[in-house]
Design a protein around this ligand. Structure first.
Ligand code: 5GP
Ligand code: MG
Ligand code: MG
Length: 180
């Protein structure tokens, strides 16, 4: 698996430091509140569990599953809801957690979907942000790392469902997905 990686962008230590920094900031901002933390499946599960353990307040969690990639390395441009929340978010302070912001389509879709349900507030944290990929104006409140416009895997990010369990974020060798 490691042989398919061109280079490591963020090591386990880098990611841990980012989770601690983001966790401290979010803990300060939500003082006195009990936000519902919502993760966007599946890529976010690794980041979500690490980030949540840095949040020093009472909180509950839920997940939502959307799909835009359908495998491969390019977004299909269309976002579909695969699995909805099991929690009513009306009147709740909601913190949405994403693995990576690329074109912005997924987050714009989720912002519209969730805002329509009248949460008290909606903030977004993403571990990775690819500024060169932005095509829609998605608003994020907290960012772990700004990343170059390359296809990344590991720490939750997949290529055709593989590589999620790499403990770091790395660049996948283009020959792995060339001619597929
Ligand atoms: P967007 O809708 O912003 O274009 O893309 C967001 C989703 O696309 C992410 O949640 C993630 O699933 C996928 N994605 C975007 N960039 C990458 C990448 O570099 N690597 C992987 N594995 N997935 C990505
Ligand atoms: Mg995602
Ligand atoms: Mg994916």
């Amino acid at each position: 698996m490691n042989n398919d990686i061109e280079r490591v962008l963020y090591s386990q230590d880098d990611i841990k430091a980012a989770c601690e920094r983001l966790g401290a900031e979010i803990t300060r901002d939500y003082a006195g509140k009990r936000p519902l933390v919502i993760g966007v499946l599946k890529g976010v599960v690794f980041f979500m569990t690490d980030l949540m353990r840095e949040l020093d307040f009472l909180t509950d969690m839920d997940f939502i599953d959307v799909s835009s990639y359908h495998g491969g390395t390019e977004s299909s441009g269309e976002v579909t809801l695969v699995q909805d929340l099991s929690t009513d978010i009306e009147g709740r302070d909601v913190l949405l957690v994403e693995d990576i912001l690329d074109s912005g389509r997924t987050l714009v879709y989720l912002q519209e979907l969730l805002s329509a349900r009248k949460p008290k507030s909606l903030k977004i944290v993403t571990l990775l942000d690819k500024p060169e990929g932005h095509q829609m104006a998605a608003h994020v409140d907290y960012v772990g790392f700004k990343v170059p416009n390359e296809f990344l895997v590991g720490y939750g990010l997949d290529y055709n469902e593989y590589y999620r369990n790499l403990p770091y974020v790395g660049v996948l060798k283009p020959e792995v997905y060339a001619n597929k």
